[in-house]
Ligand binder design. Structure first.
Ligand code: HEM
Length: 474
């Protein structure tokens, strides 16, 4: 077992984890871009873990990084968080999202609080479900009327339009210029790109798209700010922006944070991004995986038809209790999240020397908490590359399988949108399997660059199910 100390033992003074640093400056960065086969770990992680064991050092993007696939160490680090470690970004994502410094305690608390106020369990339970389900119905009906649909783009549109509505009242019909989803789609493409602000580079184009998205959000901010002062009546609006504007103008300083226009606009920009791309990826993966596993589809259909059958005729849509009773669906979602691994892991930086009984991770060193490697560890998950939702039946929260499943992170900074994400995917699957069938037309091949992408997209034909006439009962 690993143990932790405040100071290094003299015999093991500052022993770094094993590893290699590659070429000067670029280090081993290029290895990151060697693609994986399907769901497997990227070859770079796989080969280094085999060579050095679960904790090793490398040099990526010109920075020294300790990579940990060690369950115990990762739980410890995420549990302790500050003052031991802090959130960290690559220069590329810092350029994009850096205006919101999540390491400041006041910023972190406000971001969490404001996200949960719009997307937390209480809101989901009391208000969000009917509208969420309605939007899924409308989207699927629309897709079924088309020849073929690219699922990632289609789900991203559905999820972003709903999320952005909750955040700043976005309605795509009111915007004639480029749609928000298209701006964000181009940003996704360059999340891992070399951060050169030179015209023509991917990163440069991406920053330009960010400016357009920010402009659109800022325009809405200023419109509401003006009406806050011009109308005598207090706005009763309650999207995230309405709350922020009231807090700003009332000088409330939530969590001692002085809100500013720039902070609010940039926070909304970042939240729109994290709240849709992730969910759209998981929905797309689920569509692919379920089609590839007919027994999974069969059990899903059975679960959801049973829900419809048991439902009182007066209720119109999914209830919270029904969602919580979707045992198999939640297993399918867990398994999709485990295999899906949208990125290699979570980035942190050591704020002070971290001594374990084996190594020291030095102050300033980046830390990649390699969640993807934990999710595909054969010692924890038998046949880790197999999509097997049944592996989650009868797993209790104290089991290692359960503890090591951390697609949403773990500890103090665990994802504030995790329940919203699960609920959205469950609602989508409910409507999909009860009312539609689907067939892949083309695409569906995965690659990690090292973030998960569908090379040619996933093109699917959706068809509405023929409703079989029930014989009249006597
Ligand atoms: C499948 C979907 C999602 C995945 C896999 C995911 C993953 C993650 C992960 C791994 C973290 C932790 C990062 C860290 O520890 O540094 C995180 C944090 C966060 N996520 Fe998500 N996320 C998802 C959906 C969402 C959604 C839908 C929202 C908003 C509605 C959201 C909002 C946030 C926020 C605000 C944080 C920061 C929390 C904090 O620092 O306290 N995420 N997410």
């Amino acid at each position: 077992a690993i143990s932790y100390r405040r100071r290094p033992t003299t015999s093991r003074r500052r022993r770094l984890p094993p590893g290699s640093s590659g070429f000067p400056i670029i280090g081993e960065t290029l290895h990151l871009f060697l693609p994986s086969t399907d769901f497997d770990l990227i070859p770079f992680l796989k080969s280094r873990l085999r060579r050095y064991g679960p904790v090793f050092t490398t040099n990526l993007f010109g920075k020294q990084i300790a990579v940990s696939a060690d369950s115990e160490l990762n739980h410890f680090l995420l549990h302790r968080d500050q003052p031991l470690i802090e959130t960290w970004h690559t220069d590329t994502s810092a350029g994009l999202f850096g205006d919101v410094d999540i390491n400041l305690a006041s910023v972190h608390k406000y971001v969490r609080f404001a996200t949960l106020r719009s997307f937390g369990v209480q809101e989901l339970r009391e208000r969000r479900l009917p509208e969420m389900e309605r939007r899924v119905h409308v989207a699927l009906r629309d897709w079924s009327e088309r020849g073929s649909v690219e699922v990632k783009y289609a789900t991203a549109t559905m999820v972003l339009n709903y999320g952005a509505k909750l955040v700043f009242g976005y309605d795509p019909q009111h915007y004639s210029k480029k749609k928000l989803v298209d701006l964000y789609s181009s940003i996704t493409k360059s999340l891992i790109s070399i951060p050169l602000k030179i015209p023509g580079t991917t990163h440069y184009k991406c920053l330009k798209e960010k400016e357009k998205a920010v402009k659109l959000i800022r325009k809405e901010f200023r419109k509401r700010q003006a009406s806050f002062f011009s109308t005598k009546e207090r706005s009763k609006g309650d999207d995230l922006l309405d709350h922020a504007i009231r807090e700003l103008n009332d000088g409330e300083k939530p969590y001692s944070l002085s809100l500013t226009e720039d902070f609010i606009v940039n926070f909304i920009f970042a939240l729109n991004f994290v709240s849709h791309d992730t969910i759209a990826n998981i929905m797309t993966l689920a569509v692919k995986l379920i089609e590839d596993h007919p027994l999974v589809l069969e059990e899903l259909v059975a679960e959801h038809e049973a829900i419809l059958k048991a439902r009182e005729s007066s209720s119109v849509g999914i209830s919270w209790d029904e969602y919580k009773s979707m045992t198999f669906t939640l297993q399918v979602i867990n398994e999709t999240l485990r295999l899906g691994n949208l990125g290699p892991g979570i980035l942190r930086r050591a704020v002070q020397d971290i001594h374990t009984n084996r190594y020291t991770i030095p102050e300033g060193c980046g830390i990649l908490i390699a969640i993807s490697a934990m999710h595909l560890n054969p010692d924890t998950y038998k046949d880790p590359l197999t999509f097997n939702p049944w592996r989650w039946s009868r797993v209790s929260p104290s089991d290692r399988m359960y503890k090591d499943l951390m697609p949403f992170g773990w500890g103090m900074k665990q994802c504030a949108g995790s329940e919203y994400a699960r609920l959205f995917v469950a609602t989508f699957l409910h409507v999909l399997v009860t009312k539609y069938t689907w067939k892949r037309i083309k695409g569906g091949n995965l690659r990690r660059n090292p973030l998960l992408i569908f090379d040619q997209g996933l093109h699917v034909k959706f068809n509405e199910k023929e409703i079989t006439q029930q014989p009249p009962s006597n």
